[in-house]
Design a protein around this ligand. Sequence first.
Ligand code: FES
Ligand SMILES: [Fe+2]
Length: 450
Amino acid sequence: MRFADPAEYVIDDPEGGVFRVHRDVYTDRDLFEAELRNIFEGTWVYLCHDSQVRQPFDFYRARIGRRSVIVSRDEHGEVHGFFNTCRHRGATLCQTESGNTKYHVCNYHGWAYDAAGKNINIKDKDKGCYREAFDEQDHNLIPLPRFDSYRGFVFASLNPDVPSLDDHLGDGKVLIDLVADQGVDGMEVVPGRSDYTYNANWKLQMDNGMDPYHLTSTHSTFMKVVQRRAGGESANDQVESPDFRDRFAMKAGMYTLRNGHSMIWNDHPKPEQQPLWGMIDRVRENAGEVKAKWMLRSRNITIFPNLQFNDSSSLVLRSFIPLAPDKTEMKVYSFAPVDEPDECRRRRVRQHEDFFNSSGMATPDDTIVYADCQEGYLSYPGDYLQSFERGMATLIEGPDEEALELGIDPVTSLSGNFLGQGETAYHGPYREWVRLMRAGHNREKSMAAE
Ligand code: FES
Ligand SMILES: [Fe+2]
């Protein structure tokens, strides 16, 4: 590692108007290993949504960093989280991504566990000539040290000493509410998903989700398609998407929250194009005027470290899994109110495919520029990036009027119009990166000294 103190990778000087991040944070293998230990295994990590384990005996296989885990609903409806490893010889127990099974039976020697993780069969145990010491051991699946959920979003932590999920999410809960309250009768992951890997660091996705600045350049093809559609040159009547240029004068802003969460938003020039529009009266009645207004704004939300929502032409749930410094796995879902009318669902799915799907008109452009960055970092490794300072001259500490209306207390707020395209929403996640990496570094240092 280039610096002993992780804080040196981020120059954070709000007074001087400086915020810079070193290129090594995206490429250095030792830093990546430290991120797995101190961030992915050190704080709360998003695993899945309740609707992916809706029925008794439903299960979903997820990852915390590189650890494979199982989320499982038992016969009484309670949801559990376990490490995905058999107690016998340690084989991976659950091989499939999701499904429904009363019992998880290990492929290797046939030990079986129920949906609550209890060992219910040790094959041929009565012939096994075990001593009593064997019976004195716990043979059940090993529960995750911390396991909790908020509004149906399931999180876990490998760190038993992590603060409560409630504390970790903080004002991020209000941002999640803007998603969860869209479903008067609940929300669900729409069947089907995009799974893909890209050849770059996980933070490229985290950052890009908070980056309005790239839209008009990275997605110029999409912009042209939209303009042709608006000009009547397309026969595609399945989707509606706002011309980006209509957004330029619209009100916009971004917030950094405590614990690394953040949000960018802008007023939507044509909210009637959004899938939620068909249900908005019911939502307004249920969630109130202010929340309904915010739901019709385009919003991108990061719940640090691995959950993002994009809510614009469609509502998208993304989570990411770091595989290597230069490889990341993405899981992308369309997310919807369970009770939405068919017409809204149709529009939601078509607009999801159009822009967000791995085969859509945005995602391939994004993943290619991530890989371009990854390669570019190696071209001149010693440098600090200059992509964190746009908007710093108008950044304020604390909440702006819009934040007060929403009921959040951000660390910083940036308001303006969409063309301002600020870069300050990254500050929160990188401050949390420094906090966790530093705490882990100091812990490891004092353990080494003992
Ligand atoms: S490793 Fe699972 S039964 Fe042997
Ligand atoms: Fe993009």
